[in-house]
Design a protein around this ligand. Structure first.
Ligand SMILES: C[S@@+](CC[C@H](N)C(=O)[O-])C[C@H]1O[C@@H](n2cnc3c(N)ncnc32)[C@H](O)[C@@H]1O
Length: 512
């Protein structure tokens, strides 16, 4: 199928290039139309939350060779690669392969990696321990997982999505990629930000938009294109950017991005924010974001990625710092001091989880240590609800006393009459820092686990005798190339060992 761009779309951009020659001085408009019809290069990021450090990178490279993927680094994203597949594997969906399902890679269009690179540009070695980062329109989670990777499980990552159906996809990607420090919320971003003024050190507003830049991936994206849609969308985007700015701390930084091309949803939205807060908005130029960025820079310092510049989707990225003057800071502090602290405390009491007592803390940590050699990372503390035990990132009180949160941190396990059960989420988020009761399996065995099968092992083989010398059932975590795969109960069955699969049913699928 080849793309036929709507005539009114072409006429609109041809006209703009004539009426605004300065904006189009490096843009060849017919070249733009030609690129809209070219197939898009596939790209992905490898996920260092799973492929840790240099060893992780080597395993990733080895895995790409095994899968017959040819990769080429993307200049603006450390872990981003264009990927070309050898002919014999072209029909195998990358999403159905073992490295993807185990959270080692995230399929993401190359230019869509730019907003997060821009967000942390200039803060490459920052310690996130005491910081709060928000992703306001987050599903399906390509940028949230990219942010999480930079945070290394430290600080708090609030990841929000308005649509209920898209919220599920967001959660499943966070879980797959082993994100541990997230707070998942389900709000209109404008309302959310108004409930959390002056809260975030970094915010991403990857705004809902008309998607003019996505036509190479989806030829139907412009089928019913009309310039009026951009105007309607811009009204929403303006509300969202004002609210996002309110939720930033003084000195905090905001990235505004869209996958569309026209000014009404891009520079006009950012310029609207500048007009509203003329003394507080500082634009940080993205001219030096990466080698070659100057080819896409506007005179204000925004990145306007036309598809033909880097052979990618179209994207827009702007970076803003909030600079309040002393007078405004004093006025704000007064408002916050007057805020009803009593109400916050009341809200906290309604929160269905309780922080564990010292005794419970010791008890659960001892179970986790003796079972997995696991020590809870510094950024987390244990919370409890009925039989469930969870690791939440520290400092969630400010959030849970002001907003409703759908899911926080990582569920670790459950305590039943029969004893302790570790759950899959723990395996995905913390499995790669566990060192006890682990059993390495083959790629074929991973596929069997994902098909829902139990596995049999030879008793007392070199692999199993170190971990299984007991009569009673014992939790064993399976790994593939040190990647946590799943937890199940191992028992003796005749001369063999049987591993009983406890992978959640929603994750079962046929892998290629
Ligand atoms: C461009 S997409 C986000 C893509 C995502 N950042 C990623 O990289 O995977 C915009 C998202 O905003 C959501 N959305 C639309 N209106 C919203 C609102 N008022 N508040 C929060 N999210 C909204 C849409 O459902 C959509 O998932």
């Amino acid at each position: 199928m080849s793309l036929v761009l709507p005539e009114n779309f072409k006429a609109h951009y041809r006209n703009l290039s004539k009426t605004n020659p300065d904006d189009f001085k490096n843009i060849e408009i017919e070249e733009f139309f030609k690129y809209c019809g070219l197939p898009l290069r596939k790209a992905f990021r490898f996920n260092q939350l799973k492929y840790r450090g240099n060893t992780g990178k080597n395993i990733f490279i080895h895995e790409t060779e095994k899968q017959k993927w040819e990769i080429e680094p993307i200049i603006w994203c450390n872990n981003g690669y264009f990927v070309d597949r050898k002919e014999e594997v072209k029909t195998i969906a990358i999403g159905a392969t073992v490295p993807h399902v185990l959270g080692g890679i995230y399929l993401q269009e190359a230019s869509s990696m730019l907003p997060v690179t821009a967000l942390f540009h200039g803060h490459e070695n920052i310690d996130f321990s005491d910081l709060s980062v928000g992703d306001l329109a987050a599903s399906p989670g390509s940028k949230s997982t990219q942010i999480a990777e930079k945070m290394h499980g430290k600080g708090i990552l609030l990841t929000n999505e308005l649509s209920s159906t898209r919220l599920k996809a967001l959660y499943s990607n966070l879980e797959r990629c082993g994100v541990s420090n997230s707070l998942l919320t389900h709000y209109d971003a404008e309302n959310l930000c108004n409930l959390l003024p002056n809260t975030f050190d970094f915010l991403l507003l990857d705004a809902p938009c008309t998607g003019e830049g996505t036509v190479r991936k989806n030829f139907k994206a412009l089928e019913n294109w009309s310039p009026d849609d951009a105007v309607t969308m811009a009204n929403l985007q303006k509300k969202l950017i004002i609210a996002a700015f309110t939720a930033l701390k003084n000195g905090g930084e905001l990235v505004y991005s869209t996958c569309t091309l026209g000014d009404p949803e891009n520079r006009d939205v950012v310029n609207y924010l500048r007009e509203k807060f003329p003394n507080q908005v500082e634009i940080i130029s993205l001219e030096n974001l990466f080698e070659g960025a100057e080819k896409a820079i506007t005179h204000e310092g925004y990145l306007q990625i036309w598809p033909q510049i880097f052979d990618s989707e179209g994207f827009f990225v702007a970076k803003i710092r909030k600079n309040l003057n002393t007078k405004t800071i004093e006025a704000q502090n007064k408002i916050f001091a007057e805020k009803d602290k009593h109400q916050e405390e009341k809200n906290l009491k309604k929160f269905p989880f309780t922080k564990v007592t010292k005794k419970q803390n010791v008890e659960i940590l001892e179970i986790l240590y003796s079972q997995w050699n696991f020590a809870l990372p510094e950024n987390f503390e244990l919370w409890n609800r009925d039989k469930e035990w969870w690791a939440f990132p520290k400092r969630i009180e400010h959030f849970v006393s002001n907003i409703k949160v759908d899911r926080i941190g990582v569920k670790i396990g459950e305590m039943h009459g029969k004893g302790w059960k570790t759950v899959y989420e723990f395996c995905s988020a913390f499995g790669n820092i566990c060192t006890k009761n682990m059993l390495e399996i083959t790629e074929e065995q991973v596929k069997k686990v994902y098909a829902g099968n139990n596995l049999d092992f030879e008793n007392n083989s070199d692999n199993t005798k170190l971990i299984f010398n007991k009569k009673e059932a014992k939790e064993i975590m399976l790994t593939y190339k040190k990647f946590p795969v799943a937890i199940g109960k191992m028992t003796i069955a005749g001369n063999n060992l049987k591993w009983k699969n406890q992978l959640p049913r929603v994750l079962l699928r046929n892998l290629k």
